[in-house]
Structure formats: C-alpha cells, structure tokens
Design a protein around this ligand. Structure first.
Ligand code: SF4
Length: 167
C-alpha cells in the first residue's frame, strides 16, 4: 500500500521527497474520524498525522482529551497527504495559510487526493461514524463552505456527495 502513495503524482502538493503522511487508525473499527487539512513539517518527518510533539498535534491531543476521545479510537488523516510547506511572511500575503504559516491545500489538490486516496479510505468507515474537520480548508472540502459560522456545528454529508463534487 505504501508504495502506491510514494509514487503518487496526483496533484501539485506532491512532496514525497520531503514527506507524506498516511492515515493513523483503522477505518473499519474507528469510533470517530478526524480530518485535518494537510501535514506540516514535523508530521511529514515522523509520518504521523497530528504528531503529538508538533504544534497542531499538541492542540489536537488536548482537544481529544477534553472530549474524552482516546487517540486509538480515531481514524486520523488529512484532505491531502503530502507535506504543505511553511511559507515566508511575504508568501503568506498571496495564499491562505493556517495559524502556523503552512500553506493551505487548494481544492484542486483536495479533489485529486480524494479521488486517489481519501475517498476510497473513507468508504471503509461504517455509516454513522462521526467525522470532525480540523482547519478551514478541511471544512471547505468536506462541507463545501468556508463559512466560519459552521465551525462547531453538526452537519450531515455522505461520502458519495464528495465523490460527485470530485467528479
Ligand atoms: S497530496 Fe495526495 S494526490 Fe497529491 S501528490 Fe500527494 S498523495 Fe498524491
């Protein structure tokens, strides 16, 4: 399985020389799915999504602890699996970045990663397992909106509806 991802040239986020990050957890038996927008440098170096020692992973760990959701019960992944680099202050004026200065994936990149990797993975998750999105780009891809009023709300969607959007 790993080799399929290593050779993927599906989109402009391709950065296998630096690192890409496979999901953590079992899609068939998870209790929750957490979907971020893309791995940062430490995640890419470690090959672990939301690596606990990285800034985003630290916040993620605190959040799931507060919510009473043990990490081993989760499927944790991202809408794109290749590393998204931290941008310079000048570059950040031109494209959306997350709070740590990593560029956000584009929806074109999310679409390609969905078709190749994330969509097939999520089809193995049983119906009614809740999904959480983490980050604006993840919400945009999964729910089709960047409306911040939707943060913290419960929304319904189907994996098939994402297939349709991906075309
Ligand atoms: S982000 Fe996904 S689709 Fe794009 S090159 Fe990486 S693994 Fe392939």
């Amino acid at each position: 399985m790993t080799n399929d991802y290593k050779s993927c040239e599906g989109c402009s986020a391709r950065s296998h020389a630096v690192g890409f990050v496979l999901p953590e957890g079992d899609p068939a038996s998870c209790d929750y799915v957490a979907i971020g927008q893309g791995p940062g440098q430490t995640e890419a170096e470690r090959g672990i999504p939301f690596f606990p020692g990285a800034p985003a992973g630290y916040r993620f760990g605190a959040w799931i602890n507060r919510a009473g959701k043990p990490r081993q019960d989760l499927l944790i992944t991202n809408i794109v699996w290749c590393w998204l680099p931290k941008l310079s202050v000048e570059q950040r004026k031109k494209v959306p970045v997350n709070k740590w200065g990593n560029r956000e994936p584009t929806m074109a990149e999310a679409k390609q990663c969905w078709k190749r990797h994330l969509g097939p993975l999520l089809k193995k998750v049983p119906e009614k397992v809740p999904f959480f999105t983490l980050g604006m780009a993840a919400m945009e891809w999964m729910l089709g909106t960047r409306d911040s009023r939707r943060i913290g709300t419960v929304n319904k969607f189907t994996v098939e509806s994402l297939d349709e959007r991906a075309g």
